[in-house]
Design a protein around this ligand. Structure first.
Ligand SMILES: *[C@@H]1O[C@H](CO)[C@@H](O)[C@H](O)[C@H]1NC(C)=O
Ligand SMILES: *[C@@H]1O[C@H](CO)[C@@H](O)[C@H](O)[C@H]1NC(C)=O
Ligand SMILES: *[C@@H]1O[C@H](CO)[C@@H](O)[C@H](O)[C@H]1NC(C)=O
Length: 541
């Protein structure tokens, strides 16, 4: 599958060419992929949602004043008058915004000169970043002692899809090969938005990025003396057997091929809809919808569906992407996801972008133990944010979880709400950018060579990226555009875990999980004897 994703790229140009031909080639080939390739359908591994109308793009006045301008805000019609010295908290002056201006038939595409290259943030004590930021130190630990040389970097050129260069505050792209769908475009886009949010704050750096599903740098290939040659490769997820450095995936800015809008819009739409159905009105089953062919576990999950002998309490649905696409994503909508009390999360080929949408529903998430991790998922705690499910005992675990939840609705709801709060707070866009900022800053400290802009690299401003596009690609870019520099500094990076802290965290998670498993073992013992009061009630229903 990995090979497939790299060979079925979307367009052929090697270097980034921000011109019309590039965009139309992309659109054309996307189309071809959609029409001709079964891969597209079997590849998409996640549930999607369609959202009605524009209501989800609204911004509240509260948000825009309390936070950096991460999205389009309405500019006030009138300028605020000069401050009177008496006011203790003077109103802020209207903030200058920098929408993107695309060229017309007579002008040429250029990167604008008016976006500030520097911006003073408020001199305040920054809040501490969420706990999961501490993994940044762990992810970079292999290079801590000896640093990163140019040889290590150049050595993975053939594995990477592109190189990002930050030089004197500007971001450049050195593209090697195409990636699947618009992953690359939305990854560059995210980095360009980071540069707009914190202009002048990113250090000079060069990094290699790979857009496949699974990590590429296997630990077993770098044993012994090779341990000094580990290539640093940025990637969307990590694995305990790999050295890849996790970075936010493209879906935070949008996934147009399956109609997933930028995270900020998606989150508020899900929250809004989830609020409308109370716990009691939700179906008392564990829901999952997606493509079951992307992993063995998903295939197994189908067996937990309603069956004649025993109701495992799962309701799983096959996502027919061909039909969804033909019908404009009418049936892959949000309401289907938030109508059940329990939602299942299970990985696809590797980590799945669906995890945040599943958690956002505020149903209790039944999380099938994942192998891969993305940036925020290492902060999830079993029974705080989700109910742990064992891959090899999936159906039994799901049935027990659902019945436990129906017996303990307050506790089950609390787990659901906590999970929702976690993604809504700890994984909000401000923190996604702050994570990128700290990861890149810490990474840059390890570079043992002078960064330079390679020949053929192109400056990646938002205009050069967005202007050639139309349709949903362009809309998602417009909707996730950072309109002005942040007045608030990035959160402050918490220190590395001490070895005993890391051990304690691991043990805490394991202890909670074992507790659940023990309770469940008792349940199944009683179930077999036919003495369980729950069971007899269900049975005589
Ligand atoms: C601001 O937030 C408060 C409470 O969170 C709410 O009552 C108020 O309506 C909000 N104001 C606006 C303009 O959204
Ligand atoms: C194209 O844009 C330039 C600069 O923004 C403007 O001066 C010119 O009138 C525009 N031309 C057309 C045909 O819209
Ligand atoms: C699972 O069961 C439901 C009915 O309970 C059915 O509608 C659905 O199609 C089944 N899913 C699969 C993948 O067979």
């Amino acid at each position: 599958m990995e090979e497939e994703s790299s060979s079925r790229g979307c367009y052929g140009g090697k270097a980034w060419r921000p011109v019309k031909t590039w965009a139309s080639a992309t659109v054309f080939v996307l189309f071809t992929v959609v029409l001709l390739s079964g891969v597209f359908i079997s590849w998409i591994d996640i549930p999607t949602f369609t959202f009605p109308g524009a209501s989800i793009f609204k911004t509240t006045a509260n948000e825009s004043s309390a936070q950096p301008s991460l999205k389009k805000t309405e500019s006030p019609k009138t300028e605020f008058p000069p401050e009177s010295p008496k006011t203790e908290f003077p109103p802020e002056p209207a903030k200058k915004e920098f929408p993107i201006n695309c060229p017309n038939a007579t002008t040429k595409q250029t990167c604008p000169l008016d976006y500030p290259l520097k911006h003073e943030t408020k001199n305040i004590d920054a809040e501490v970043c969420p706990e999961y930021f501490r993994w940044i130190h762990e992810d970079l630990r292999p290079w801590k002692a000896a640093g990163i040389t140019r040889e290590m970097l150049e050595g993975i050129k053939s594995t990477a899809h592109f190189r990002i260069v930050v030089h004197k505050g500007k971001v450049y792209l050195d593209k090697f090969r195409p990636a699947y769908q618009t992953r690359e475009e939305f990854t560059f886009w995210g980095i360009a938005q980071l540069a707009r949010l914190y202009p002048g704050k990113l250090p000079d750096l060069e990094l290699m990025f790979q857009c496949e599903d699974r990590p590429a740098i296997k630990k077993e290939d770098y044993k012994g003396s090779k341990g000094t040659k580990i290539p640093p490769l940025f990637h969307y997820c990590g694995h305990h057997t790999a050295f890849d450095i996790p970075f936010p995936d493209w879906s935070f800015w949008g996934w147009p091929e399956v109609n997933i809008k930028p995270w900020e819009s998606t989150l508020s739409a899900i929250e809004e809809k989830a609020q409308m159905i109370s716990w009691n009105d939700r179906e008392p089953y564990a829901y999952w919808k997606g493509n079951p062919t992307t992993s063995r576990g998903r295939g197994e999950l189908l067996k937990c569906n309603d069956s004649k002998e025993i109701d495992w309490k799962a309701r799983v649905y096959n996502q027919d992407w061909g039909r969804e696409m033909a019908e404009g994503f009418k049936h892959s909508n949000l309401e289907d996801q938030c109508t059940h009390r329990y939602n299942i999360y299970i990985e696809g080929i590797a980590w799945s972008v669906s995890q945040k949408y599943v958690l956002a529903c505020d149903a209790m998430t039944l999380r099938v133990k994942p192998d891969y991790y993305d940036i925020y998922s290492r902060g999830l705690i079993p029974m705080d944010h989700y109910w742990p499910i064992r891959p090899h005992k999936m159906c039994r675990d799901i049935k027990y979880a659902v019945e436990w939840g129906d017996e303990h609705p307050a506790q089950a709801q609390a787990i659901g709400e906590n999970g929702q709060r976690y993604v809504a707070e700890s994984a909000k866009m401000k923190y996604v950018y702050d994570y990128m900022f700290h990861l890149l800053s810490e990474y840059a400290k390890l570079l043992k060579f002078e960064t330079k802009v390679p020949p053929g690299a192109v400056e990646m401003c938002s205009e050069a990226m967005a202007c050639p596009f139309r349709g949903s690609i362009r809309k998602f870019m417009d909707d996730s555009l950072v309109m002005s520099p942040s007045d608030v500094p990035p959160c402050s990076l918490p220190p590395p875990y001490k070895p005993d802290e890391l051990k304690a965290l691991q043990e805490r998670k394991e202890k909670v999980t074992r507790g659940v498993e023990m309770k469940e073992a008792r349940y199944w013992r009683d179930f077999k004897r036919g003495t369980s009061s729950w069971w007899s009630r269900i049975f005589h229903h």
